[in-house]
Design a protein around this ligand. Sequence first.
Ligand code: KG4
Ligand code: ZN
Length: 363
Amino acid sequence: MTLLCAGLGVKQRPVSHKPLTILGIETSCDETAAAVVRGRIPGPGEILSNIVFSQTEAHAPYGGVVPEIASRAHLEILDGIIERALVEANLTIAEVDGIAATAGPGLIGGVMVGLTTAKALALGAGKPLIAVNHLMGHALTARLTHGAAFPYLLLLVSGGHCQLLGVGGTDDFRLYGSTIDDAVGEAFDKTAKILGLPYPGGPAVEQAAKHGNPRAYDLPRPLLNRRGDARADFSFSGLKTALRQLAQGNIPVADASASFQAAVIDILCDRSLIAMNRFRRDFPGAGTLVVAGGVAANQAIGAALARLCKEEGFVTRIPPPRLCTDNAAMIAWAGLERLTDNATGDALSVSPRARWPLATGPI
Ligand code: KG4
Ligand code: ZN
């Protein structure tokens, strides 16, 4: 049954009356995570457990994630993390309705560990397997936390991605723009490295920026103020290069961090404004901006986007920081949404994918 929802241009899905309980598994980068979530669409859902083991310490000496170290660490601890998630939720595997795992995109070794474990559990317990796109996990988190209704404009900002999308449903992602070079989280991480701040860079730069002057250095804001039918694309490599040149001198870390963050905020707000215009045309009458991904944990960025939304008549939905960064509750929720649409789940033959764009086609 698919009806077109009056005015908003989104497909209406069958209402699910019975809440589903889903075990989620996330291993696509350097967090080994398992969670149990219960609920029904459109949310909000209930997080019965949410265990995240961050491998930060193992990767910190290298200033970034080392794929081989990550996949070994996932393999060593995932079983215990899943057990803890079930114990904390006070459930056995027999009591869940499905098992969801990230099947990509991400570091392929880690994805293989999580997906293969989920397949084994699904087969052993006779439960449906749901192979979840990690980006869909981030994209739907605001439904888990706030019950955000489709459609919404999504700013997806993480270590690997920087995109603006119109989201009409779980199978309707319209790409309005993406980065032409670095992802915004990557820019935070590289900036931290240049300034001698610890890994992961985002939280360290945000912290340092609190004590600095955002106008101390005039850093580049590429592609700013393009209007009309411009794509909402991002570019961060020039910003990083300018900062590297600056850092050859002896500059105050707080001022450099604050100036970098101010440039990022200007870029994100400018591009969100362009995308809002595209979104209004695609979905007349709708006006919600969801911010997702690790960088959405940044309070200064969140506050600036909230101000923009107020000016533009949009409401802002940003999940709490622990659900912005990688976690398995978002994977369980995305699994719950997909199982609502397809009660049998995915075939056990489904393959892990290093690359898996949410939206394809022309923008
Ligand atoms: O979503 P996520 O946990 O993993 C990916 O899917 O990439 O995002 C991680 C990224 C890292 O680049 C990290 O530096 C950044 O999110 N991040 C932040 C903050 N917390 C995490 N960036 C800016 N400010 C933060 N508070
Ligand atoms: Zn992520």
